[in-house]
Design a protein around this ligand. Structure first.
Ligand SMILES: [Zn+2]
Ligand SMILES: [Zn+2]
Length: 288
């Protein structure tokens, strides 16, 4: 999302900011100018530094820290161009509802920012029976656990408070999509019968809650999480699935060599004491 700039001091500003961190001026979004503006209070309301004519006031939802959009002081409306589309909002006396609703409002205001830029007609239900209306309803599951998530690429922006259930709705389809890709690629490769009925997930990502169950369902195989085996004396930290791939790759040259030699009829001991294998074990023991 585009960065704005404080008209008073030049400080870069984010869409949801309500106060300039450098000069302390209050900020509001001015839809007519498609910009965030620094404000100066006077007897008639707020003067906008981005638009010298007229006086402004905040949308009524500013009191909940859910909206920073501005209206003309003379406007008969109580709510801004976005918030007036709300038909139902959850009970804001429940703190979790307030957090969830703020998150939705922020996303909705970003959506309207684009819709207004595209000059789409945005009638409310009062203006048109087919107009746009939002019913924001609380769900019992939403009230359980709230996570703090930092926006990627916007390090300075405050962390978003997101219910775990919302994050689930984002991550679960992605995970299923990846597993379906694995299944389809495996089938297309022609090696699916060789893989058999058992599959092992490795790496730190394999510890994602519910991944094994999802993989069993999508891949229709017996799936388990792999831990590093075959090297004795690993420190506790390196015994988890996150190290399975690394340890497996280190062991592989030994096994691959054995495979090749086995084809010629000879055998190789896998647990030597002085060779490559022992040196790798030594390195892992000393490194963590
Ligand atoms: Zn400023
Ligand atoms: Zn509003």
């Amino acid at each position: 999302m585009k960065l704005f700039e404080c008209q008073h001091c030049g400080q870069p500003l984010y869409f949801r900011n309500t106060r300039c961190e450098r000069c302390g001026r209050q900020l509001g979004y001015l839809p007519a100018k498609q910009t965030l503006t620094a404000l100066e209070p006077d007897a008639r309301g707020f003067r906008a530094l981005a638009e010298r004519r007229g006086r402004y006031r905040y949308c009524a939802n500013a009191q909940y820290d859910a909206c920073n959009w501005l209206l003309h002081v003379e406007s008969p409306e109580q709510f801004c161009a976005v918030c007036r589309h709300n038909r139902t909002i959850p009970d804001l006396t429940i703190p979790e509802n307030l957090i969830n609703w703020r998150t939705i409002e922020y996303a909705k205001h970003r959506l309207f920012y684009t819709l207004l830029k595209l000059r789409l007609p945005l009638a409310t239900r009062q203006e048109d029976p087919d107009g746009l209306a939002f019913d924001v309803l609380a769900h019992p599951a939403d009230e359980r656990e709230i996570l703090s998530v930092r926006p990627i690429g916007d390090e300075d922006e405050p962390a978003n408070q997101i219910p775990r259930s919302a994050l689930n709705r984002i991550i679960r389809p992605r995970v299923e999509e990846i597993l379906e890709l694995v299944r389809d690629r495996l089938n297309a490769s022609g090696f699916a019968p060789l893989v058999g009925r058992r599959m092992v997930l490795t790496g730190g990502g394999s510890q994602l809650t519910g991944l094994v169950e999802a993989a069993r369902r999508v891949l229709a195989r017996n799936v388990r999480v792999g831990r590093p085996l075959g090297i004795a004396g690993l420190p506790e930290l390196a015994k988890g699935p996150a190290f399975a791939t690394g340890v497996g790759l280190l062991i592989y040259p030994q096994v691959a060599r054995m495979d090749q030699i086995e084809a010629g009829g000879a055998h190789y001991a896998m647990t030597g004491t002085g060779g490559y294998f022992a040196r790798v074990g030594q390195w892992i023991r000393e490194s963590f």
